[in-house]
Design a protein around this ligand. Structure first.
Ligand code: GDP
Length: 424
């Protein structure tokens, strides 16, 4: 059985917590897209961890963690991360890295940084982790695949070719120091040494695992609205954030993905630029940001404050539909306990017409939120373990959202811990 855990919104929905929780019953957890640009925050018996590259299942000793071919693999970040969990008493995780994964090189990070500098105020709000230049190179067919590390002749030839190409940009567009093929080759040799013990034909490994009935989790990064095709282009990430891409980024048959658990947060937050219809500002936003998540809504990678907003039924319904949701995990509901009344965005007004359909970017920029105000429950709900025990207004909020989404909310998360979960 293969299950995917993906996001309905702009990311930071709490996928890490849900994956960590479901990993208890899983054999294998696979990262299938994205890179070290976003992070998951996980709180468990070992403490609090911010992971960027390792899948959220690394904390169990019965699981195997896979970095799939679709990931933007930053080798030194992966290694530092393995070291940092081991240093804190977590048993050394079993990790396999796809021989078809491609690597983020130091020049990708430089190019990302230089481009953000060049765009200045018009930037996309990149985390400068090299992800956009990495995926551009992958599709331009000048990326470095892990398997290529073991072909010295190819590396030598390609290092020269890549430097020639990148140096045109570095010299004429960015006016920065040029790349040297010898230094690039040295970087690649370093990566080879670090990664060699973990390299595996992971799609073949997963094929065998599926045949023998193993439980596999695909862990997505970011959410539907950051998908390059279906999201708020161009304010999107550079790899598909959808469960469907899990088949490609892990190398498994699409029909094996039997459950798509879409994680949806009880209010909205976003990082980076782009339209955010239900966004709130000032004190109202500050309070939600301070109370949000676990210890505030600040980026796990960058520490930058997240933009805050009320729950957006239009964006979330679309986000769930485009994922192919079978189950919704509704998270961070406990945070709303301080509110007497909770506004919810139920429609977008565009040029005087109200719609419940999520529009393309140009129309989205014109959308104004249509809000409906629901009564709050105004009390602490952490620690509650059954749906019936939740306050009536809290259940009404869940049921209102569920009706608007059109997909069943089967899990409610009411705290950051592994056991803060209510099944319906
Ligand atoms: P991800 O990228 O989707 O995994 O999400 P993040 O890890 O960036 O953000 C989720 C944050 O919310 C983390 O700090 C979690 O510990 C926290 N969190 C997850 N679920 C809950 C919940 O139900 N309640 C509270 N209060 N915090 C939660």
């Amino acid at each position: 059985m293969v299950k995917a855990v993906v996001g309905a919104n702009w990311g930071d929905e709490g996928k890490g917590k849900i994956t960590d929780m479901l990993a208890r019953e899983a054999d294998i957890i696979v990262r299938f897209q994205g890179g070290a640009n976003a992070g998951h925050t996980i709180i468990n018996d070992y403490g609090k961890f911010a992971l960027h590259t390792l899948p959220s299942g690394v904390f169990y000793d019965h699981t195997t963690s896979i970095i799939g071919n679709g990931v933007a693999l930053n080798v030194p970040v992966l290694f530092d991360e393995i070291q940092s969990v081991v240093d804190r008493g977590v048993p050394k995780p079993k990790i396999l890295v796809s021989d078809r994964a491609q690597m983020v090189m130091s020049y990708h990070i430089l190019l990302d940084t230089y481009e953000e500098e060049r765009l200045a105020k018009k930037s996309f709000g990149s985390t400068k982790s090299g992800i956009a230049p990495f995926y551009s190179d992958k599709y331009a067919k000048i990326g470095f695949q892990v398997s290529e590390l073991f072909d010295e002749e190819l590396l030598k030839e390609k290092a020269v070719r890549v430097c020639e190409q990148k140096n045109v940009l570095l010299e004429h567009l960015y006016h920065k120091p040029l790349l040297q093929p010898e230094a690039l080759l040295k970087e690649l040799h370093g990566y080879k040494e670090m990664i060699a013990p973990y390299v595996c034909d992971t799609s073949s490994y997963l094929y065998e695992a599926i045949q023998s009935g193993k439980h596999i989790l695909l862990e997505g990064q970011l959410g539907s609205l950051k998908d390059p095709d279906h999201g708020i282009y161009p304010m999107v990430t550079s790899s598909s954030t959808l469960a469907a891409f899990g088949a490609i980024g892990a190398g498994i048959p699409p029909y094996e993905i039997g459950k798509i658990i879409t994680v949806c947060k009880a209010y909205s937050s976003a990082v980076g630029a782009g339209a955010f219809v239900s966004e709130i500002f000032g004190q109202e936003a500050d309070e939600l940001r301070r109370r949000g998540g676990d210890g505030g809504e600040f980026g796990a990678t960058t520490g930058r404050p997240r933009r805050m907003g009320w729950f957006d039924c239009v964006a979330s319904r679309y986000g769930c539909r485009i994922q192919g949701t079978t189950d919704v995990a509704f998270t961070v509901l406990d945070v709303l306990g301080y509110l007497k009344e909770i506004p919810v965005c139920v429609g977008y007004e565009i040029d005087g017409v109200v719609t419940e359909e999520f529009p393309t970017t140009a129309r989205l920029a014109k959308a104004k939120p249509v809000l409906e105000v629901l009564p709050g429950w105004n009390c602490e709900i952490r620690g509650i373990r059954t749906y019936e025990e939740l306050p009536q207004n809290c259940r009404s909020y869940v049921e209102f959202v569920e009706k608007k989404l059109g997909f069943p909310i089967t899990m409610i998360s009411n705290g950051p811990g592994r056991d803060d979960i209510i099944y319906r």
